[in-house]
Design a binder for this molecule. Structure first.
Ligand code: PMP
Length: 443
């Protein structure tokens, strides 16, 4: 069986491989490591110095253009002029802490909340997905008076102390905390007769029983509703309903982490949870919310937020600042005005069809999964073993051909195809042709 991979190890530059690097690049990397030390993480066997972004493209210091098939932060496109203009205009007018009435902030909150189903009608603004999930855990603990959480085995939910406990894909020597249980990713290939909904719900139920038996109680289940770091599991739509029903029946909260699927990526509405026709108890937002401006949010029921605020209350100096609100409003406008959800569905389908066609010519391609502009493609050996070495070789070869892409999954053998939502059909065609050429050359 293949070794499991920690999330930060995926497509990572290793200092041991620095021999033979261009001296100028080696010098730049040296400066980075001297300042950021052991925490420095760079992509690629040969890291890239980026200077500019525009739409679906990034440009490096030498003027080389890369098609970005990795990034879900600038999800409406790198440096989108409307978002840039909104940020600049608001920054020139007012930016302050969040304890004043500022119209653009209330306007944003109303616009955003209008996209959520009842009873999700309160918003707390934060600066990152990690802060959002940290607060979600605290709200769930207050509401349930319990501490036990369930996550998927390769989940990533962020970087605070509490959130790292529910992010097993971050662990190196760290082990699962006593109050956390991890269930396998919802992979239909692992389920008898493909009924992943029943299997996944049963695994969650067993984990709840185990948490109870160990005295932690059950506070909630948190899921990235497209299971990005687990390897991207989107189908069949609705499979999370049984899981949500078990969580509710057992008195826990269903927390939907929309940092990855949110803001239109799955091509079926703004939110990944709607693909499953469920209404979560708490929704957490992050990265694509500000298209690069750091902002996040927690959406929940007023009674749940009140239960938490009765205990502690919450203040976040930068969460919900006026510039963030301006960025957030511009993002919502661009998604609507440029029909980006429909584009995610259509261009995503084109990509998936093209990848499926490639699979018949290249046996190293295993399962292909996803929704909208978030697709996972597994590389496997002839005996169906995960093949992270091929994934890594493809990722580095794609870079040589001007395409940026990453890996995902427990073993790092899944190509994570996640471009900005303005990815056009001709970008998808270029991607598919390049992948075909690379796989052909690899023999
Ligand atoms: N949740 C998910 C699903 C994520 O992918 C991430 C970041 N990759 C986070 C939460 C944390 O977001 P941030 O890095 O903004 O804190």
């Amino acid at each position: 069986m293949s070794a499991t991979k920690q999330i930060l190890a995926l497509n990572r530059f290793e200092a041991d491989n620095a021999a033979g690097l261009d001296p100028e690049l080696a010098e730049r990397i040296g400066r980075r490591q001297a300042t950021f030390g052991a925490s420095s993480v760079l992509f690629y066997e040969q890291p890239i110095e980026m200077v500019r972004g525009e739409g679906v493209f990034l440009y490096d210091v030498h003027g080389t253009r890369y098609l970005d098939v990795y990034n879900n932060v600038p999800s409406v496109g790198h440096c989108h002029p409307r978002v840039v203009e909104a940020i600049a205009r608001q920054a020139a007018a007012l930016n302050t802490n969040t304890r004043y009435l500022v119209r653009i902030v209330e306007t944003y909150a109303e616009r955003l909340l209008a996209t959520f189903p009842a009873p999700l009608s309160n918003l707390v603004m934060t600066c990152t997905g990690s802060e959002s999930n940290d607060l979600a855990l605290r709200i769930a603990e207050s509401v349930t008076n319990a501490r036990g959480f369930i996550v998927t085995r390769s989940a990533y939910h962020g970087n605070t102390a509490a959130v790292t406990h529910i992010s097993p894909s971050s662990f190196k020597s760290q082990k699962l905390a006593p109050h956390v249980r991890a269930v396998p990713a919802p992979d239909p290939l692992e389920a008898p007769k493909g009924d992943i909904a029943t299997l996944f719900a049963a695994q969650i139920k067993a984990a709840i029983d185990d948490l109870r038996a160990s005295g932690h109680g059950f506070a909630g289940f948190i899921a990235d509703t497209i299971f990005s770091s687990d390897g991207i599991f989107a189908d069949p739509p609705g499979f999370l309903q049984k899981a949500a029903a078990v969580v509710r029946a057992e008195g826990g909260l269903f927390i939907a982490d929309e940092v990855q699927p949110g803001f239109g990526r799955t091509g079926g509405g703004l939110w990944g949870f709607s693909r499953h026709a469920i209404v979560p108890d708490i929704v957490t937002l992050g990265k694509p919310m500000g298209n690069g401006f750091p902002m996040g949010g927690v959406i929940t029921r007023p009674d749940y937020l009140a239960a938490f605020c009765a205990e502690t209350g919450y203040f976040n100096t930068f969460g919900g600042n006026p510039v963030a609100a301006a960025a957030g409003l511009a993002v919502l406008d661009v998604i609507a005005d440029e029909n980006l959800i429909a584009n995610a569905a259509q261009t995503g389908a084109l990509l998936k069809d093209g990848l499926t066609a490639l699979k018949s010519d290249f046996p190293q391609i295993g399962d292909i999964r996803g929704a909208g502009l978030f697709i996972g493609l597994d590389f496997t050996t002839p005996d169906a073993t995960p093949d992270p070495a091929t994934a890594s070789a493809v990722i580095n070869a794609m870079k040589q051909h001007g395409i940026l892409i990453g890996a995902a999954g427990l073993y790092g053998h899944t190509l994570k195809i996640r471009p900005p939502l303005c990815f056009a059909p001709n970008n998808a065609e270029f991607f598919l042709e390049t992948l075909r050429g690379i796989l052909k050359a690899m023999g």
